[in-house]
Design a binder for this molecule. Structure first.
Ligand SMILES: N[C@@H](CCC(=O)N[C@@H](CS)C(=O)NCC(=O)O)C(=O)O
Ligand code: FES
Length: 107
């Protein structure tokens, strides 16, 4: 499986995936820390977090997968949602909470 296929598999087999720097407990960058805080504020008990600092191929590959140049990157139901700025906007408008509520309801 090449890296693009592996990434597709990851985002399509887990409902919420955050590609970030560091871990939810120990984020290594303020943007990633904000992304984690927002997901937690949405009431999400757990999500799949992938530390791009652990693997340069994932760090580069996910940028190509989404055609988006930065980390963090949020995927919900296999779809690329955005980085921390977009997450902040969607949280402020209530859109992100709705998206996540929809997931819980579907489970
Ligand atoms: N405004 C961006 C902030 C994220 C950002 O600028 N990330 C940079 C610094 S952490 C990045 O990923 N650079 C490429 C890299 O480090 O591989 C967002 O909305 O997520
Ligand atoms: S690691 Fe420097 S801004 Fe994210």
């Amino acid at each position: 499986m090449d890296i693009q296929e592996a990434l597709r598999h990851t985002v399509t087999t887990h409902p919420v995936v955050l590609f970030m720097k560091g871990s939810p407990k120990f984020p290594q960058c303020g943007f990633s820390a904000r992304a984690v805080q927002i997901l937690q504020a949405c009431g999400l008990e757990s999500f799949t977090a992938i530390d791009v600092l652990a693997d340069p191929a994932v760090r580069q590959g996910i940028k190509e997968y989404s055609n988006w140049p930065t980390i963090p990157q949020l995927y919900v139901s296999g779809e690329f949602i955005g980085g921390s700025d977009i997450m902040t906007e969607m949280y402020q408008s209530g859109e992100l909470q709705e998206l996540i509520k929809g997931l819980n309801a579907a489970e």
